[in-house]
Structure formats: structure tokens, C-alpha cells
Design a binder for this molecule. Structure first.
Ligand SMILES: N=CN[C@@H](CCC(=O)O)C(=O)O
Ligand SMILES: [Zn+2]
Length: 424
């Protein structure tokens, strides 16, 4: 039987149409392409028709009132939200470090003393494939309940070939078994193993000579990411790792200028990265380089919030011509949340973004940050039938009422998986 779904009469249908070739920049980030009293028809997982209720309803009258009909009267309909930067697959939590930070220890001090990423690495190495799968599956359910239909997921808590592969294989299995789509990133260069911290070169060489070829050979990742930060990987080491990935078809991404200005944004532009992420301390030159090289700036305000750091200057980046996307950075150390709607609140309240810009940043621009704008990120004929319906009368309420989950319905490839805020 043909799979059909008709969504009718949304108070606002936010389509985000028209930005498939390039991410939205500057004024275009405010261009939501809203249809009032809008309807969408999805068939076999793909969007077929988008328009006013009058236009669309006429062709699909027979579905009204059936199981294949969702009445969105009084609600806001958007493309399924996309989270373009997560550390989804990991074991355990680090609330003990949170308590230490509240007493004055810094994130980097904790990491350099063997905690931080190293603590989660120990837990992730010790966890079985099944344990990691189960922990991560629960997080994916939470993402779905918060309106997210696609996430990027990084490795980087394995730090050996065996355990990096384990993380990526868990992500692959989740991608095929859980309705939320996963796009994978290899991040073997997330930290230098603590017992090698005084001599990182052999580890850098293992990432380049052993891990990257094997990950690429097994087709376990699309992207290759590196934590370019003082005390972690230098710009020179990062560049070697990213160039090596390119040789094996892995597209570069950079954890850039998170703790201090370190040339990460400049490096992302130089190597042709698809995105540079964090950017709290990005330099003027780095922002200029990113705008010119079309590197998407993935901003993670949850991390600044949770590390009690100064927020990235989204306003300066958008005005300077950088296409901005937003993400949770979901991870156990610097941003233990899966709430993309809360990240949207922070985008407005702490980074100078407008309600229109944060919607663009979590839909079409987020799709561009993971190279998926041809398939997701907007509601246009031919795209995946991924839809989020919010129980609010207009989109301004989403960024105005903060810390709340207004998600009512989530549709993945034409199938309703969340109804009335509940997983089905
Ligand atoms: N900054 C580097 N990596 C992660 C944090 C990882 C962790 O603390 O476990 C991030 O993006 O914030
Ligand atoms: Zn990260």
C-alpha cells in the first residue's frame, strides 16, 4: 500500500524553500518562506506537495479524517530539525566534573589532569557495543521528542582503532535501526591519549596511517574532525590530519577556537572544511576567511552556557557573511543536553540572533553543515518527508518561551513517530 500523509491548515508552514544550492547568509537567513494556513502532502517518504490549505487539500480530499491525516490547525509546521554536531555515542556521565567546575576548576584543567574527554574515553573503551548502543538509542529517542529528525554523530572517545571503530559501528547500526538519521564523523583526533600527552606525534601518526584509512575503507564516516586547541592538537597537526582524511575521501570539519584564539577558523577555510564549529574565540581574520571560503559556522551556545564562557558572536559572523548553523554539541562534558529548542532560545538571548535566524540555523543551514541540503532541511517537493509540528500559534513563541518543549508531532520520512508530545 502506498504510504501517504496529509498535514493540513498549519497556522504557519515554514518551508525554508530556496536555499538548496548554498546555505543562507546575511539577510537570506531571515527568509523563512512562510505559508499561512499551509498544508503538506507526503507520499512514500517524500514531500509531494506544499502550498496553501486550499491548494493542497483539493487534491487529497479523500485522506481528510483518515489515519493518514494530521490537522495542524493553530500550530507551526517546520522541516524536521537537524543537529549538525553531536557526540551521541559515548558511555557515562561527568556530573562530578560539573561539581568541580562550579568550585572553580576549569574544563581544560580537568582534562589535563586526566579527566574530561579522557574520563569518557575510559568509560567508552570499557563499554560493549551493546551497552553503547543502548545508551545512545535512549538519547536518540530524546532528540526525536525534541523535534530532531537527523543528527551528526562523532567518534572520538575511543582513541584506538578498535574503539573508534566500535563507536562508528554503533552509530551505523543506530542509523539503520532507529528512525532518526545519523551522519557519521570520525574524530580520532579528539584528544591525545593521556599517557602520550608529552609526545603526541606517534598518536597523530596512528590517526593518519592506521585509523583514517580503515575508517574510510569500511565506509564508516563521511567527515573527519579534529579538536584544534592549545594543549590538544596544534594547527599544524590538525592540518596534517585533515589533509590525510581528504586523501581518503573524508570531508574536513574543525573544532575551532573554542577556548582561545588558535587559528582554527583560518585552518578550516584553508583546508576547505565544510564547517568550523564552536568559534567562541574566532579571530576577525578567521571569520573573514570562513565567509570567503563558504565554511558554515556551527555555533554551540549550550557549551558556552554550560562552561560559563563568553558566547560566540553570531551577530558579527552573520553580518560578516558567514552562514551560521546551531547545534547542541550533545556530550557528557561541555554540553550535556539534547534540547535543540533550548539551543534556539540561547541563540536569541545570548548570541544576538533573531527568531528567524535560529530557525534557518537549525534547518537548512544545519543541513548544509552536514552536506545533506539536497535531501533535508526544507519542505519542498522531492525532499524527505521529515516534519516537526510545534504546539504554538506562531514561530516567535518558540524562541520567546524558553526551556520548554513545544514539540507536538514529529514525522520522519512520512511516518508519525511522535504524536501529542509522546513517542508512538
Ligand atoms: N571540545 C571538544 N569536544 C567536545 C567536548 C567533549 C567532552 O568534554 O567530552 C565539545 O565539542 O565540546
Ligand atoms: Zn564537539
Amino acid at each position: 500500500m502506498t504510504q501517504k500523509l496529509l498535514i493540513t491548515n498549519a497556522a504557519q508552514l515554514i518551508t525554508m524553500a530556496g536555499h538548496n544550492d548554498h546555505p543562507a547568509k546575511q539577510e537570506a537567513m531571515s527568509d523563512l518562506e512562510i505559508i499561512e494556513n499551509g498544508s503538506v502532502y507526503i507520499e512514500e517518504g517524500k514531500v509531494v506537495a506544499v502550498g496553501t490549505d486550499e491548494e493542497v487539500r483539493a487534491d487529497y480530499q479523500d485522506l481528510i479524517g483518515t489515519e493518514s491525516h494530521i490537522d495542524a490547525t493553530g500550530k507551526v509546521v517546520t522541516p524536521g530539525l537537524i543537529d549538525p554536531h553531536t557526540h551521541l555515542v559515548h558511555a557515562g556521565t561527568r556530573e562530578n566534573e560539573y561539581a568541580m567546575r562550579l568550585k572553580g576548576k576549569t574544563y581544560m584543567e580537568i582534562m589535563q589532569a586526566g579527566g574530561g574527554i579522557h574520563a569518557t574515553t575510559r568509560a567508552t573503551q570499557a563499554a560493549s557495543h551493546e551497552q553503547l548502543y543502548e545508551e545512545s538509542r535512549k538519547r536518540l529517542d530524546q532528540f526525536l521528542l525534541h523535534g530532531v529528525t537527523t543528527v551528526e554523530a562523532k567518534s572520538g572517545y575511543g582513541l584506538t582503532l578498535e574503539h573508534e571503530l566500535k563507536q562508528l559501528e554503533v552509530a551505523k547500526q543506530l542509523d539503520s535501526e532507529h528512525p532518526v538519521d545519523i551522519v557519521s564523523t570520525f574524530m580520532g583526533a579528539h584528544a591525545v591519549p593521556i599517557d602520550e600527552k608529552d609526545n603526541p606525534e606517534p598518536f597523530v601518526n596512528r590517526v593518519i596511517d592506521e585509523m583514517i584509512p580503515e575508517v574510510a575503507n569500511k565506509k564508516l564516516a563521511t567527515f573527519n574532525d579534529v579538536f584544534c586547541e592549545r594543549g590538544v592538537f596544534t594547527p599544524e597537526q590538525s592540518k596534517r590530519i585533515l589533509e590525510a582524511g581528504k586523501q581518503h575521501g573524508l570531508i574536513p570539519k574543525v573544532h575551532a577556537d573554542e577556548i582561545e584564539p588558535y587559528g582554527g577558523a583560518e585552518l578550516a577555510a584553508q583546508v576547505g572544511a565544510i564547517s568550523a564549529d564552536h568559534l567562541l574565540k574566532a579571530s576577525e581574520q578567521g571569520i573573514k576567511d570562513m565567509a570567503e571560503a563558504d565554511v558554515v559556522g556551527v555555533l554551540l551556545p549550550g557549551t558556552a552556557f554550560f562552561l560559563m564562557a563568553e558566547f560566540a558572536d553570531a551577530r558579527r559572523m552573520i553580518d560578516g557573511g558567514v552562514a551560521v548553523a546551531l547545534s547542541t554539541d550533545a556530550n557528557p562534558g561541555s554540553s550535556p543536553t539534547i534540547s535543540l529548542p533550548f539551543i534556539m532560545n540561547l541563540g536569541c538571548l545570548k548570541m544576538g540572533m533573531t527568531p528567524e535566524e535560529v530557525l534557518t540555523a537549525t534547518t537548512i543551514n544545519a543541513a548544509h553543515a552536514i552536506g545533506a541540503a539536497g535531501e533535508i532541511g526544507s519542505l519542498e517537493p522531492g525532499k524527505k518527508g521529515d516534519v516537526t509540528i510545534f504546539n504554538v500559534p506562531n514561530y516567535l513563541v518558540l524562541s520567546y518561551q524558553y526551556g520548554m518543549n513545544h514539540v507536538d508531532t514529529v514525522i520522519k520520512a512520512g511516518k508519525a513517530l511522535v504524536l501529542g508530545g509522546q513517542l508512538q
